[in-house]
Write a protein that binds this ligand. Structure first.
Ligand code: HEC
Length: 499
């Protein structure tokens, strides 16, 4: 992490006077593998939790067929809530905007031939939806520059069985949504996160394969999420639970990461310089940064050369600007049984320095760097652990009580009052790339405010047709699909925010 992950001085301050310097070692105890108490979760909807559907089903929708050579967008424009759009195999070079509720966009795969959205390395996004109850399924998406599938404040979404290759910054990116499923997608070659759940609640991410990307699966500034049964390999970092500072929603908590394969995530970091993920050391299996109540259970974590599991606070993360309003410390992280092997075999100097302070040798499976409060771990002696001295033994050893955090019924569609249009657009779209204080994909909002203080019109004009300004940043994608009023509303809102 650019030398940022801990200096030796801080290390001694953090661990000095701990168990290891006291000369006493605890007795080695391995508890048996039988299941005991379950985590009760930070959230229970009802006793009868949802069966795993998110999008509401509408009565009497029509089916509309889109054939090779036709436009998916035209079908969306003509559709009504409840309609299903079936896209036949073929090549579609377009960006599809879905700004109404209840649209099911479902590809038809015939004998292995997919409907393919082809961005030709010039289009920014393949599918952008801001409606509620949206389903996006069975699409092959290649060569876009921005996002393959991005949700902008839509609730009850299902993003399923898509094949996404080499599509720029984010693969599947639901932002500011509640009650959503991301499952069965195969995603590779993404510069930031293959699956990026941003500022969302009640999310289920399962059965995906993500690889050859900088971050495999990232749960950021979100609550009540389960990440399970995914195959996460050959990324720079595998599965991440983050608080990114400077975003309007300040917490990440209650994230269960279980039954995933997290294997050989050793790809050299090719994230945009300065972006948060560009600070992840290659070879990180699971990374918890500042997030609370993250439970890591029954994963198979092997071959990640820096560490299998890394728990850090904001002070020890590269490319992170401290936000006085978000708690930089991970609280109540629970590391339950995991199968871990062959991790940490070529770790970074900062972790080697940490190991020295504890007189540890071997290859680190689990590492804590910086502050962490009230963490716990099961069967610590199975692994080479570093900085786990202040983690107690967990009072539960499984999450069997919790099948899903999806809600039993779809949540009501978000009603957006005209006066809130700017805010929702800012939260749903702009904060995907801009934070208040720090560099994300784009420059900090503070910098933008200084430039455009009395000139919302100028800002609104810029975002319709952005020109390349900064050598060390990528281009900003045009937001001309937003109406002129919405562009002005979001400009005014961006200039008014204060965190
Ligand atoms: C996909 C990422 C992305 C999204 C989404 C995004 N931006 Fe940007 N933005 C950038 C990047 C990258 C730059 C820097 C471009 C440059 O300097 O060439 C930028 C620059 C800007 C600037 C600086 C303009 C200038 O004159 O220097 C403004 C203003 C801005 N964005 C506003 C917005 C607003 C408002 C939204 C939401 C509607 C938004 N951006 C959404 C990536 C993004």
């Amino acid at each position: 992490m650019n030398g940022k992950l801990i200096g030796a001085v801080l290390v001694v301050a953090a661990f000095g006077g701990g168990l290891y310097l006291g000369g006493q070692r605890e007795a080695t105890v391995i508890t048996d593998g039988a299941k005991g108490e379950s985590y009760s979760g930070g959230f229970r909807a009802t006793e009868d939790l949802g069966a795993g559907t998110a999008a509401a089903v509408y009565e009497g929708g029509e089916v509309r067929i889109v054939r090779d050579g036709e436009s998916i967008q035209e079908a969306v424009n003509a559709a009504n809530p409840g309609d299903t759009i079936r896209v036949m195999p073929g090549t579609y070079t377009e960006t599809v905007y879905i700004d109404k509720d209840g649209i099911r966009l479902i590809g038809v795969i015939e004998e292995g031939a997919w409907p393919t959205l082809e961005g030709e390395r010039r289009l920014n996004d393949a599918v952008l939806y801001s409606g509620n109850n949206i389903v996006v399924e069975n699409l092959k998406i290649v060569h876009y520059k921005g996002n393959a599938i991005m949700g902008q404040a839509g609730n009850n979404f299902e993003i399923r069985n898509n094949l996404i290759v080499d599509t720029g910054v984010y693969g599947v990116f639901p932002q500011l949504g509640q009650n959503g499923i991301v499952e069965g997608n195969i995603i590779s070659g993404i510069e930031d996160a293959a699956i990026y759940v941003g500022m969302s609640d009640n999310i289920h991410v399962a059965h995906n394969e993500v690889f050859d990307s900088v971050a495999g699966i990232e749960i950021e500034n979100s609550r009540h999420a389960i990440v399970e049964n995914n195959y996460v390999h050959d990324n720079t970092g595998g599965i991440l639970a983050f608080i990114t500072p400077g975003l309007p929603i300040k917490t990440t908590r209650d994230v269960i990461i279980r039954n995933n394969f997290v294997v050989n995530n050793n790809t050299a970091n090719f994230g945009a310089p300065g972006s948060t993920v560009s600070g992840i050391p290659a070879g990180t299996g699971v990374l918890v940064m500042a997030a609370d109540e993250v439970v890591i259970e029954d994963n198979i974590i092997t071959g990640n050369k820096t560490a299998g599991i890394l728990v850090v606070d904001h002070a020890n993360a590269a490319n992170v600007t401290i936000d006085p309003e978000s708690d930089p410390t991970p609280d109540r992280v629970a590391i339950l049984d995991n199968f871990m092997m062959n991790n940490g075999y070529d770790t970074i100097d900062e972790i080697k320095a940490l190991m020295l302070t504890e007189l540890k040798t071997g290859n680190p499976d689990i590492v804590r760097a910086g502050a962490a409060r009230d963490g716990c771990i099961v069967n610590r002696h199975r692994y080479t652990v570093v900085g786990m001295g202040n983690f107690s033994d967990c009072e539960f050893d499984n999450t069997d009580n919790i099948d899903t955090y999806l809600l039993p019924e779809p949540v009501a569609a978000r009603e957006i009052d005209q006066s809130e249009q700017g805010k929702i657009t800012y939260l749903g779209i702009c904060t995907g790339c801009h934070t208040y204080t720090g560099r994300m994909i784009g420059p900090p909002v503070q910098v933008i405010q200084a430039m455009y203080m009395d000139n919302p019109e100028g800002l609104a004009e810029y975002i319709a047709q952005p020109v390349k300004k900064r050598q060390d940043y990528p281009e900003m994608p045009p937001q001309d699909y937003l109406s002129e009023e919405v562009r002005l509303a979001v400009a005014e809102y961006m200039l008014s925010v204060s965190n």
